[in-house]
Each structure stands twice: as structure tokens, then as C-alpha cells.
Design a protein around this ligand. Structure first.
Ligand SMILES: Cc1cc2nc3c(=O)[nH]c(=O)nc-3n(C[C@H](O)[C@H](O)[C@H](O)COP(=O)(O)OP(=O)(O)OC[C@H]3O[C@@H](n4cnc5c(N)ncnc54)[C@H](O)[C@@H]3O)c2cc1C
Length: 519
């Protein structure tokens, strides 16, 4: 059958899509469409864990405060409050569906610490928390009678009828192009790491959700706020492997080529300053000393502690000859997380009726100008679950109105060339430190690349080609938003602009970085 009907569709099988699917299935049938294998998503690679105010000395008020400070005055307070107040419940729900989090001797949850958090509040499973969460939720999804999962199924288009999103077109593994109709469609497609040459994200992170939403006319917001993870492994055999912030939380220190602990020069919170501050400091040190990387020093931490707390990182480094209890780890920043996305309300509703968004694809307003570490998995569960309740009120599915049409693709070799051009442009001009001239150059180059794409001859269906179009549209929107942002705030740092006076004058929201901007 070329057409199928469900009550709800989730595009994406990360924590946002699957949290939505599992809870929406309480009041209808659900179809999960995911473009690779079910586990292949950012969620599966998350190391540190999930932030939630569950510790004895913690409260949602403190979690809220830390989130607002990281967000540099641009967070939506209602969204943040909704997130942090629902944090403990989200952890309980994940445990109920079978997620095993680390516990202490007294059987209370073991809580880690990450940059920007004033308390230990990172609920985790060793250093592979995302894989554990994904394992548990995939198992629950597979056992649910009302949920159908299509793997290797790539959503090529959102279908709009009379201004409402009524379904999607998808290329389903060996079965060809199909049309799916539903009462509500959840866009949970994750981020857009593949816009950049260096990213911690897996290959599926090609900004499809942003591209689909832009093509459908939805409102997007805050795309200029891209988080770069300060510490990814700098090694030819393992590029951009993430060395979790939890390693710095456990005492890892950053050193430059001279062995100097340079964070003293940049921020009083040292290695646990928010990520943008640490990433800029590293970039500044690399430029100042004209070196390729800086180093994360864990040699003062016991071998047993490193092996037990960070087994994945320990083994990964060992596999390339680095024994991290003896050797400093060479690290560089890499693209990591998109704070902006498709604008939603507290229930995940976008500007298009019938279309919802959650997780990294969405902009709920909780991150503002910068994401507080480990708030994103929490956001995926809390807002995915809120959307699952809201969709119960959507009207029934309409009639079939579309004939499936294979989207126009271009030759793969040309798509590869164009994508590389885009990645170089974004990496050179729209990364950690920006300039007016660089942003204008990026705008011009992306326009040329889009024209180049359009002028190519038609070719057989290729995911790579459509992904590249989505990346081009996302990059274009991101650059426009970066140009429109006229103050330096959060992750947007343009050397031709001044800092955001409003956030600097507000003592409550004042990060200590405001006193000392990295050179
Ligand atoms: C290395 C790493 C470590 C991280 N560590 C942490 C951490 O410790 N704590 C934390 O809170 N956050 C962390 N993050 C961020 C966090 O993992 C992500 O923000 C979060 O997992 C996003 O979940 P999601 O469900 O929105 O998207 P994802 O988990 O990325 O899932 C997106 C899904 O959409 C599918 N998809 C995309 N496009 C299409 C399409 N066109 N058709 C069909 N399917 C499609 C993908 O295949 C995938 O299944 C980390 C990220 C990385 C990369």
C-alpha cells in the first residue's frame, strides 16, 4: 500500500521521538519513522547524563537559576520552569520503563557535576548514559502493540493541506515512496552537526527537521546559538570523539602547550565555566600559541576512578595509544548542539497546526542563548511527553489528498561537493568566533551553493542529496539569524559587536565571564 494511516507519527527515534511515541500510544496508534537503524541518533552517544533536581541539597529553583544564567537572559522563563519542575518526574518515568541509572551505596541516585551547575545533579549511567536510556526506551517501544517502527525510512516532505500538517512523504527502506497520514506529526529529527567539518554528532544529524520545517513555512528561532563542545579528542584515528564534561567535573584540568593551566586567565569557574567560555578560551589559546590543540590532564586522577567512571572514554583513548592516567589528552572544540530550532509552545505545538516538535529539532525557549549541560535529554523527555498529552485533542485524520512524488535529487558526486563547500563555509565563518565580514561572506557563499544545487541535472533518488538541500536551507537561515543578532550574547560571539548590556547589567544573570571576556 502506498498510503498508511496512524493516529500519530513520530519522525525520529531519539529520546524525544520515542518519549512522544510511547506516551501518545496511550490514546492511539503511532508510527515511528527513522532514517537509519533505530539506535542511530544523538541520544545514543550522550555520555554525561540528564540534569534533574533530585539531590537532597538541590531544588527546582536552583536548577532554574543555573539554566537562566547559562541562557544569558534569553530563556523563556515559563518553559524553563516547566522543564525543571518536571525533571524529577521525568527521571522516575525513565526508571519505570527500565533505565538503569547509577546509584550510591545507600541506593540513592549517584549524581555527577557538570559546568554551570551549582549542585551535583547529573543522573547518569557510567559515561554512556544516552545508550542506556535509548536501550530501555527502544525495548519498551518494540514491546508496545500500538507502535509500528519503520527503520531506514527517510521523511522527505511534510504534507500540508489547507494550512494543516496532515502527514508525511517517506522513502521506506525497500518499499519505495509512501504517504503517511496522521492526526498529529511530531518532528523529532535532532540537530544539524553535519553543517560543520568537525562535530560530535553522528552522520544522521543533517538538519532534516529544520529543512522540512523551513520548506513547510514553519517559524524557526535562535538558530544562531550553536554550542561547540570544548573537549573532543584531537587524534587522526578518532576525530571529534567527545571527552565528556564530567571528566572536567571529576577534576580534569586544561593545559596549553607549555603545560600552563590557562583557564585561570579566562574565568573564575576555571574548567567548569559554561561551555562557550571554555570553548572560546581553548580557541584563543590555540590561536595565541599557534598550536593544533590543548590538553586535558587527568593524570592526577586514580587509574581505577577513570576506568570505573569513564569506561567508554578510557577505552576509546586507549585504543589510540593514550593511557589517560599517564598521558594528557589532546583536545579541540567541535560543533555539538543546536540551541535553536522549530519554535514551539509548552506542548510542542509549532506555528503549523498538526505539526509538533521536540528535542534538539525544537526551540522551546529553555536554552536561550546557551544550553546548560545535560538539559537537552531532559528537554527531550519533558516536552516529548507534554506533546503526547496535547495531541489527544487533535481532530481526526482527513482524507487522502496527495499522490506520492519522488523528490528531485541531484547527482551524489555534486551533492558531496556542495556539502563540503557548505561545511567549509560554516566552519570558517559561522563557528565559535564570528565577524560581520565573515557572516556576509557566508551568506553570499551559501546563496551560490543553493543556486549551484538547483542548477544540477536531476538524478535518481538519493538521501545524501535531500539531506544536503536541508543543510543548505538550515545554514542559510542560521546565517540570517546570526547577522540579525546585533549584540554579543550567549553562544553568539561576533568580534565586531558589543556584549549584551542588558544581561551584563543584570546582577542576577551575570556570569563571571562578563567580567573577563576571552581574548
Ligand atoms: C556525543 C554527544 C554527547 C552528548 N551528551 C549529552 C549529555 O550527556 N546530556 C544531554 O542532556 N545531552 C547530551 N547530548 C545532546 C543530546 O544527546 C541530544 O540533544 C539529544 O539526544 C537529542 O535527542 P533528539 O531525540 O531530539 O534527537 P536524536 O537523538 O538525534 O534523534 C534524531 C532522530 O531523528 C532521525 N531523523 C533525522 N532526520 C530524519 C528524517 N528526515 N527522516 C526520518 N528520521 C530522521 C535520526 O535518524 C534520529 O533517529 C550529547 C550529544 C552528543 C552528540
Amino acid at each position: 500500500m502506498a498510503t498508511q494511516r496512524f493516529d500519530y507519527i513520530a519522525i525520529g527515534s531519539g529520546l524525544a521521538g520515542l518519549s512522544f511515541a510511547l506516551q501518545a500510544a496511550k490514546h492511539g496508534t503511532v508510527c515511528v519513522l527513522t532514517k537509519s537503524e533505530i539506535h542511530e541518533c544523538n541520544t545514543n552517544y550522550a555520555q554525561g547524563g540528564i540534569a534533574a533536581a533530585v539531590g537532597e541539597s538541590d531544588s527546582w529553583e536552583l536548577h532554574e537559576r543555573d539554566t537562566l544564567i547559562a541562557g544569558a537572559g534569553l530563556c523563556d522563563l515559563d518553559a524553563v520552569r516547566f522543564l525543571v519542575q518536571n525533571g524529577p518526574k521525568a527521571i522516575d518515568w525513565l526508571r519505570d520503563i527500565g533505565t538503569e541509572f547509577d546509584v550510591q551505596d545507600d541506593n540513592l541516585l549517584a549524581l555527577g557535576r557538570e559546568g554551570g551547575h551549582s549542585r551535583n545533579r547529573i543522573v547518569h549511567h557510567a559515561d554512556n548514559s544516552g545508550a542506556e536510556v535509548e536501550r530501555a526506551i527502544v525495548e519498551a517501544i518494540r514491546n508496545h502493540p500500538k507502535i509500528t517502527v519503520y527503520e531506514q525510512s527517510y521523511v522527505t516532505e511534510l504534507l500540508l493541506h489547507n494550512g494543516r500538517c496532515v502527514g508525511v512523504a517517506a522513502m521506506v527502506s525497500d518499499r519505495g515512496l509512501k504517504t503517511f497520514y496522521a492526526r498529529a506529526i511530531m518532528l523529532a529529527t535532532g540537530g544539524c552537526g553535519k553543517l560543520y567539518s568537525h562535530t560530535t554528532n553522528p552522520a544522521v544529524s543533517t538538519g532534516d527537521g529544520y529543512g522540512l520545517a523551513i520548506r513547510a513555512g514553519a517559524v524557526l528561532e535562535n538558530l544562531e546559538f550553536i554550542q561547540f563542545h570544548p573537549t573532543t579528542l584531537y587524534h587522526p584515528q578518532m576525530r571529534s570523539f567527545l571527552i565528556s564534561e564530567a571528566v572536567r567535573g571529576a577534576g580534569g584540568t586544561l593545559r596549553n602547550h607549555h603545560g600552563h593551566r590557562f583557564m585561570y586567565e579566562y574565568d573564575e569557574r576555571l574548567e567548569l565555566a559554561p561551555r562557550d567560555i571554555v570553548a572560546r578560551a581553548i580557541e584563543a589559546e590555540i590561536k595565541r600559541l599557534e598550536t593544533w590543540c590543548v590538553y586535558l590532564d587527568t593524570t592526577h586522577i586514580k587509574k581505577e576512578t577513570l576506568e570505573t567512571k569513564f569506561p567508554t572514554i578510557y577505552e576509546a583513548c586507549k585504543s589510540v595509544g593514550l593511557e589517560i592516567h599517564k598521558h594528557w589528552i589532546p583536545v579541540v572544540p567541535a560543533q555539538h548542539y543546536s540551541c535553536g530550532g522549530v519554535k514551539t509552545d509548552l506542548c510542542g505545538r509549532t506555528s503549523i497546526p498538526g505539526l509538533y516538535a521536540a528535542g534538539e529539532a525544537a526551540c522551546t525557549g529553555i536554552h536561550g542563548g546557551n544550553r546548560l549541560a545535560s538539559n537537552s535529554l531532559l528537554e527531550a523527555v519533558v516536552f516529548g511527553s507534554a506533546a503526547a498529552k496535547a495531541v489527544a485533542d487533535e481532530p481526526p485524520c482527513g482524507k487522502d489528498v496527495f499522490k506520492p512524488m519522488v523528490p528531485r535529487c541531484i547527482p551524489e558526486a555534486q551533492a558531496i561537493r556542495i556539502r563540503h563547500g557548505l561545511q567549509r563555509t560554516m566552519t570558517d565563518y559561522v563557528a565559535i568566533v564570528r565577524t560581520n565580514k565573515g557572516l556576509q561572506a557566508a551568506k553570499k557563499k551559501i546563496k551560490e551553493l543553493i543556486e549551484d544545487y538547483k542548477s544540477q541535472p536531476s538524478a535518481p533518488y538519493s538521501i545524501y542529496s535531500i539531506e544536503t538541500l536541508n543543510l543548505l536551507l538550515t545554514g542559510q537561515k542560521m546565517v540570517d539569524m546570526a547577522i540579525a543578532r546585533k549584540t554579543n550574547v550567549g553562544l553568539h560571539y561576533n568580534t565586531d559587536l558589543i556584549p549584551n548590556e542588558e544581561s551584563l547589567n543584570n546582577e542576577e544573570l551575570k556570569p563571571s565571564s562578563a567580567k573577563k571576556t576571552p581574548k
